[in-house]
Design a protein around this ligand. Structure first.
Ligand SMILES: Cc1ncc(COP(=O)(O)O)c(C=O)c1O
Length: 364
């Protein structure tokens, strides 16, 4: 290696990139993917759409993704019962990019973002990259958010952004709509936007429990969603948000990279969205699996946090790493994340779930 010293930003020196360990074991239940690959009809529709888009790949894509945003608006209307105009929808390469754009536009030097720990481990990275100060408020021991505490912290920190993952990763905890509403009101009083990260929304038990319902009532709400989970489209990289007012989308356009969403990405996502019904039917199988795995873990005397997502958070072990390692030795990869003593397992196919349960029986 040469002696040249990379002029890397001081705050990035010595840091490791985000990423769950990728081990090609037979049963991968560590990154909350949808275990079902697309059907042959979905594959054919995506292939045809990409083929058509390829004929014009000499041209830049529609930088505002107008057609895709209209299809996403229809889907959201169907899924949540709320009609949001396509102008109030924004799309990007995964909800990761949506979040990063939100931090770029509304965070920044001198700005603060407030969230509730344990939660999605990428939030501090968006804050770091946008030079936003991050304040983390602890959740209760059962991983719910203490709303009175949250309201007090919002008043005292006067953040620019409040980030609420609901259902939360890694715990699966959903925040009730009435409680989100209280946070939105408190945030409005200090001029903060509330971003509800609903990456796992389609797996919720109560259909009404989505912050999409608040978008027409309050001016300061952003709901972030993704096709990575319910649609089984993690590799396609398509996330989106629905917002209270169109000017929030205009602000995101200021910070997005030119032509951030390729014509291939737009065409493929539109094709996949044509199969929403099929994807939502799979969601039922996964939530059925969640009930099955949760009750099997409970039978073993393991604590399981109530989950509205496609994964379960379970503990509390004296040595969670040992459990993680023993599962890995049996070809099953789960995730060590969040507070020590707890592990997270994604819901897989029925056979993957049974392999996980059998291994847990042998270990515990
Ligand atoms: C809470 C939460 N938000 C966002 C994401 C990112 O999803 P995407 O694949 O849309 O970038 C994840 C992924 O695991 C997540 O857990």
């Amino acid at each position: 290696m040469s002696k040249f010293e990379l002029p890397l930003r001081a705050d990035l020196q010595g840091q490791s990139p985000y990423g769950a360990p990728v081990d090609l074991v037979p049963v991968r239940l560590n990154v909350n993917e949808n275990p079902y690959p697309p059907s042959e009809s979905v594959v054919a529709a995506i292939s045809a759409a990409v083929g058509t888009a390829a004929r014009e790949v000499n041209r830049y894509p529609d930088r505002d993704a107008v057609e895709l945003r209209a299809v996403l608006a229809d889907y959201l209307n169907h899924e949540s019962g709320v009609k949001i105009a396509p102008e109030r929808i924004w799309a990007a390469n995964g909800s990761n990019e949506i979040m990063s754009q939100l931090f770029s536009a509304f965070g920044g030097p001198g700005a603060t973002a407030l969230t509730f720990d344990p939660t999605y481990s990428m939030y501090p990275e968006y804050a770091r990259d946008s030079f936003t100060k991050m304040v983390s408020i602890p959740r209760r021991a059962d991983f719910t958010v203490d709303i009175e505490l949250a309201i007090g912290e919002i008043a005292s920190h006067a953040p620019n952004l409040v980030i609420l993952a609901s259902p939360n990763n890694p715990t699966g905890t959903l925040i009730e709509l009435v409680e989100i509403e209280k946070i939105v009101i408190a945030a409005g009083e200090v001029g903060a936007l509330v971003v509800i990260d609903e990456a796992y929304a389609e797996f919720r038990r109560e259909k009404n429990a989505t912050a999409v319902k608040l978008l027409d009532t309050y001016p300061n709400v952003v709901v972030s969603r993704t096709m990575s989970k319910a649609f089984g489209y993690a590799g396609g990289r398509l996330g989106y948000c629905a917002v209270s007012e169109e000017r929030i989308v205009q602000a995101l356009k200021l910070v997005r990279l030119p032509y951030h969403l390729s014509s291939i990405s737009q065409a493929a996502a539109i094709a996949a969205l044509g199969f929403a019904q099929e994807s939502l039917a799979r969601v039922h199988e996964i939530t059925g699996g969640r009930v099955h795995v949760a009750s099997a873990l409970a039978d073993l005397g393991v604590r399981v946090a109530p989950s509205d997502a496609n994964f379960l958070y379970f503990g509390e072990f004296v040595d969670a790493h040992l459990i993680w390692k023993s599962l890995l030795e049996q070809g099953i990869l789960v995730r060590e994340t969040g507070p020590s003593g707890w592990l997270r397992v994604s819901i897989g196919t029925p056979s993957e779930n049974d392999q996980f349960i059998q291994s847990m029986r042998a270990i515990v």
